[in-house]
Ligand binder design. Structure first.
Ligand SMILES: NC(=O)c1ccc[n+]([C@@H]2O[C@H](COP(=O)([O-])OP(=O)(O)OC[C@H]3O[C@@H](n4cnc5c(N)ncnc54)[C@H](OP(=O)(O)O)[C@@H]3O)[C@@H](O)[C@H]2O)c1
Length: 237
């Protein structure tokens, strides 16, 4: 069985997805920038589930990402999970570059290289973790939201291009997940990472194109997107 490539394997959601895939017996290639942490996760997964794991060091902020190393590997499914909300300083200009790069530019470059490989192989699946934050810009996180909006559009275009080549692309828009990104947030809407991971894997099995996780975020975001701008601009979201 072809292996599964996890980009952002050290993320809270990434670890939860890896654990579920490992329980299903999938061999994994774990990508991230922290070698020590990747080794720990890798050993834990192979000891607990008996799967084969390997690691690739990949820094999304590096000028030259290890794209060629990644393309040498044999994989059938890719999960693009890495992301970063950036700083909360709304006047930090350097934050814009950083947030757009980690959440959009670098993933788009990697996905472009992976798309060509899968297109030539005429098979494969790509899961792109975007966010509900990309559905409408809000004062609390619009640089991050803008990057995720770009990623959502990119994934949509990729799906449109690759479906003719037997390659499936699924977009995932999570709401709040109990990870460091939502640390100190107190909301009844926060979902567990295990639940979100489970929903994502099940949706990919069903070849869904685009999902909200949990599902009710589809309706929350529909309402948020329908609020007229003259009212929306006065709301603190
Ligand atoms: N948590 C939420 O409520 C929420 C909601 C909607 C969408 N999402 C999306 O879901 C995904 C996972 O979120 P999470 O909360 O699980 O994230 P997380 O635990 O904060 O982890 C972020 C991941 O991104 C990686 N990363 C950051 N900068 C990187 C770089 N320069 N090069 C390589 N990797 C880098 C981190 O690697 P290191 O371990 O090396 O730092 C880590 O693996 C993200 O795309 C996020 O935008 C999350």
């Amino acid at each position: 069985m072809p292996r599964t490539l996890i980009i952002g394997a050290t993320s809270s959601l990434g670890i939860a997805i890896c654990r579920k895939l490992a329980q299903q017996g999938e061999d994994l290639i774990l990508c991230g920038r922290n070698e020590e942490e990747l080794q720990l996760i890798s050993s834990d997964l192979s000891i607990r589930s008996g799967i084969k794991t390997s690691i690739i060091i990949l820094d999304l902020s590096a000028k030259k990402m290890a794209i060629n190393t990644l393309l040498k590997e044999d994989f059938g499914t890719v999960y693009m999970i890495a992301g970063d909300m950036g700083t909360e300083d709304k006047n930090d200009i350097s934050n814009i570059d950083h947030v757009i790069n980690i959440n959009f530019t670098a993933p788009a470059k990697l996905l472009t290289a992976i798309a060509e490989k899968m297109e030539n192989a005429k098979q494969g699946s790509i899961v792109v973790i975007s966010s509900v934050a990309g559905d409408r810009g809000r004062q609390s996180n619009y640089p991050y939201g803008s990057a995720k909006a770009g990623l959502t559009a990119f994934a949509s275009g990729l799906r449109n291009r690759l479906c003719k080549h037997n390659v499936h692309v699924m977009t995932v828009k999570p709401g709040f997940i109990d990870t460091p990104m939502t640390y100190q947030m107190n909301s009844p809407l926060i979902a567990s990472r295990e639940y979100v991971a489970d929903q994502i894997i099940k949706a990919l099995d069903k070849k869904k194109n685009s999902i909200y996780v949990p599902f009710f975020w589809r309706y929350i975001m529909l309402i948020i997107c329908l609020i007229p701008e003259r009212i929306f601009k006065k709301i603190n979201l």
